[in-house]
Design a protein around this ligand. Sequence first.
Ligand SMILES: C[S@@+](CC[C@H](N)C(=O)[O-])C[C@H]1O[C@@H](n2cnc3c(N)ncnc32)[C@H](O)[C@@H]1O
Length: 245
Amino acid sequence: MVADFDPTAYGASGIAEEYDDLYDAHWETDAAVDLVAELAGGGRVLELGIGTGRLALPLLDRGIEVHGIEGSPEMVAKLHDKPGGERIPVVVGDFAHADAGQGFSLVLLAVNTIFALPDQRAQVECFRNAARHLGPSGRFVIEAWVPDVGAFRANRLVRPRIMGAERMSIESVELDPVEQMMRTTQAVFSNGSVRLYPANHRYAWPAELDLMAQLAGFQREDRWADWSRCAFTADSRAHVTVYRL
Ligand SMILES: C[S@@+](CC[C@H](N)C(=O)[O-])C[C@H]1O[C@@H](n2cnc3c(N)ncnc32)[C@H](O)[C@@H]1O
């Protein structure tokens, strides 16, 4: 239930300390920044789940005014410690409900973070909250994976993530097809230390996200397989979708 959801939990795992090392090389940052900057058309951007500023700081460098909503004070502290970070106002709270103002040109929700919300109701609330923050014809841009339940065997999956000589990680994932939940723990190994980072995702296929968008008053403007605008096809394992008021 939404009432039990704790948006600070992600940061409380200690992941803020090594988030950038774990993910900076993994995500498609430059192309994402290019596309978001273009779609924002010079207007203000609000990033939901802004994290340590992987996207927000390069957007700021382009002269774009960026704001954030973030559940984890630890992630916000990392962002504000970086050069330029202090120029990004962040509301600490749950992005399904928190209020960071109005009149934004674009609201951004990257890397599957829509699925961090624990159920369908919270995800619909998030779409509505994005709409409340946007000005007329504003855009809500979501990046998410396409659920691949066929990769599981007996609803379980173990997969390597980082494969390096100094740091490696594996993820164990448990699937609950009834609640559309994937419960993941990433184990990160380096010399002398193992860290466990849990992350739960209430997954949804693109069509369900489209319906949530409609409930919040959006039309789908575009859908691509990635930030470089590759065509979204039956084989696409992720999508970047642009919704518009
Ligand atoms: C995977 S990280 C992505 C960070 C950043 N957007 C990026 O692209 O690198 C997800 C972020 O969303 C935050 N988050 C997850 N659920 C949230 C919620 N309901 N409200 C606010 N922040 C949330 C987490 O604390 C974390 O910082």
